[in-house]
Design a protein around this ligand. Structure first.
Ligand code: GAP
Length: 476
């Protein structure tokens, strides 16, 4: 597919997602907030269907997995011990002409500013920490104005090598500007978690003490993660607030390879369940130089998104890096004793880490289909039935015939009791209803007509083939 076609496809998906109530720009009514997205009724159902499928497959249907749901705010020591305070950074450059700031390793042209087009205007890269910092509790106060209503000062910026690159004089008025001079207790500093993984590691000992699991076993968590991305982009692909579905799978250090392979197979099974075509899913063995500091082996699972081949999720061998850090920094033993023996060790960890938004974007883009029906272009989302946000749409053929409406309501209630996500749709003519339901990926449209009143049969129209069948109501 050409770049132009790829961009067109991406734009068509973003536009459909907004038009049909899947995904909206965050805070749009106020002009938006970059890197944030809000989910509408269909988006939230699709997202939950994906998350529930994951939970069902990786947790509920296994007996070696335990679920946890840890707090998003955690003790600052978690992020110091994990290395995030020191190393969770991306390289940032600033253009000296337009002062645009960019992620140095994601520039299309390394020396050309994507905003103003000037060349060789970038500063040396500085390491920008992506964690959102916050203060827990009322542990802050403002600097008091010393003279009159103003305080004055200077703000300097440095290039990462100690050289001053920018110096801004400021004077703050009492009132709205005052937060800029806020002071806080460093011990109250915390972060919005940049990964859910640490909430699992900090609960490892609790689960071992409560459930006495045999090795290998896993702890699973789903939840929000936050990263102050320098350049959020590509719709929900790289955002500042997103959700992760992560497993930390604890293994005997000598047996990590077999669990790594088994989880890799499970990942592919799950991606099949998402309906992702096998030939669009690729494994990338990440070379040592590109691996995260904690990983001895990583396979990135990449997907052919409309924006190109990009990371969908990762599978990493984290060794005993995290539990070892906790044992050292918290001074508490993280060792596991093999039952009935005296063999003790810190377990090693295999981590499958999924991003919900990337899974959702892969599902949306592989479901997005265009074809022609009766000489007219048709757009439809070919979701697997178990992911479709609406399973059935029910309509009376004519909405001004009370007897049809009453019968249709009866069928609607029956299906809703049985399947939950069923939509009542009597807007516009039947052709328009079919088009609308195709665009939101509803597998079946059920239409109640005058024959229904006679023989209790309805028309069931299939989204993918557009074929219509006559079925009795009990057999839908
Ligand atoms: N605990 C390991 C970890 O967090 P990661 O590769 O940094 O590893 C895991 O992130 C997954 O989270 C990625 O494969 C991706 O699916 C998702 N992810 C990471 N950053 C993201 C972002 N800014 N926006 C959306 N999803 C993101």
């Amino acid at each position: 597919m050409s770049t132009e076609n790829k961009n067109e496809k991406m734009e068509a998906i973003v536009s459909l997602a907004k038009r049909r109530g899947f995904i909206y720009q965050g805070s749009e009514v106020y002009g938006g907030l970059s890197g944030t997205w809000d989910y509408g009724p269909l988006g939230v159902t699709l997202k939950r269907n994906i998350m529930n499928l994951w939970w069902n497959y990786f947790v509920d249907s296994r007996d070696d997995m335990y679920g946890v749901d840890a707090a998003i705010l955690m003790n600052q020591k978690v992020w110091q011990a994990s290395g995030h305070v020191d190393t969770f950074t991306d390289p940032l450059v600033e253009c000296s002409n337009c002062h645009g700031r960019f992620r140095a390793d994601k520039l299309d042209a390394p020396n050309k500013c994507p905003t103003c087009g000037k060349e060789n205007t970038f500063s040396d890269p500085v390491q920008f920490n992506m964690m959102f910092k916050t203060v827990v509790g009322p542990k802050w106060g403002a600097v008091k104005a010393q003279q009159g209503d103003y305080i004055a000062g200077e703000l300097a910026a440095f290039d990462g090598n100690g050289n001053e690159v920018k110096n801004t004089r400021f004077s703050l008025r009492k009132g709205s500007d005052f937060d800029a001079a806020m002071l806080y207790d460093q011990n109250a500093e915390s972060y919005l978690r940049p990964e859910t993984a640490q909430g699992i590691f900090t609960n490892y000992k609790n689960i071992v003490d409560s459930f006495y699991p045999d090795l290998p076993f896993g702890l699973a968590q789903q939840g929000k993660a936050f990263r102050n991305e320098i350049s959020p982009r590509d719709f929900i692909f790289r955002s500042r607030e997103f959700e992760q579905m992560e497993i930390e799978y604890f293994v005997h250090p000598d047996k990590w390879q077999e669990s790594f392979e088994a989880l890799l197979t499970d990942i592919h099974t799950f991606l099949d369940m998402l309906g992702l075509p096998k030939d669009m899913v690729h494994e990338l063995e990440v070379p040592e130089a590109d691996r995260a500091h904690y990983s001895k082996r990583t396979i990135d699972i990449e997907f052919d998104f409309p924006i190109g081949r990009e990371e969908l999720l990762g599978l990493a061998y984290r060794t005993d890096f995290d539990l070892g850090n906790i044992q050292r920094e918290a001074g508490k033993s993280m060792e596991y004793t093999i039952k009935g023996t005296t063999e003790k060790f810190i377990p090693h960890v295999i981590e499958p880490s999924f991003g919900v938004e990337r899974a959702l974007m892969a599902v949306l883009s592989s479901a997005y289909t265009e074809d022609e029906v009766n000489g007219e272009k048709r757009i439809f989302l070919k979701f697997p039935e178990h992911l479709a946000p609406v399973k059935y749409a029910v309509s009376p053929l004519l909405k001004n015939k009370p007897e049809l409406v009453a019968k249709a309501r009866e069928v609607y209630s029956m299906l809703k009791k049985k399947h939950g996500n069923v939509m009542w749709d009597d807007n516009g003519n039947i052709g328009k209803r079919y088009r609308r339901q195709d665009e939101i990926g509803t597998p079946y449209c059920v239409v109640i007509d005058f024959d229904t009143l006679e023989d209790n049969t309805v028309t069931v129209r299939d989204r993918d083939t557009t074929e219509q069948k006559r079925l009795s109501v009990e057999n839908i």
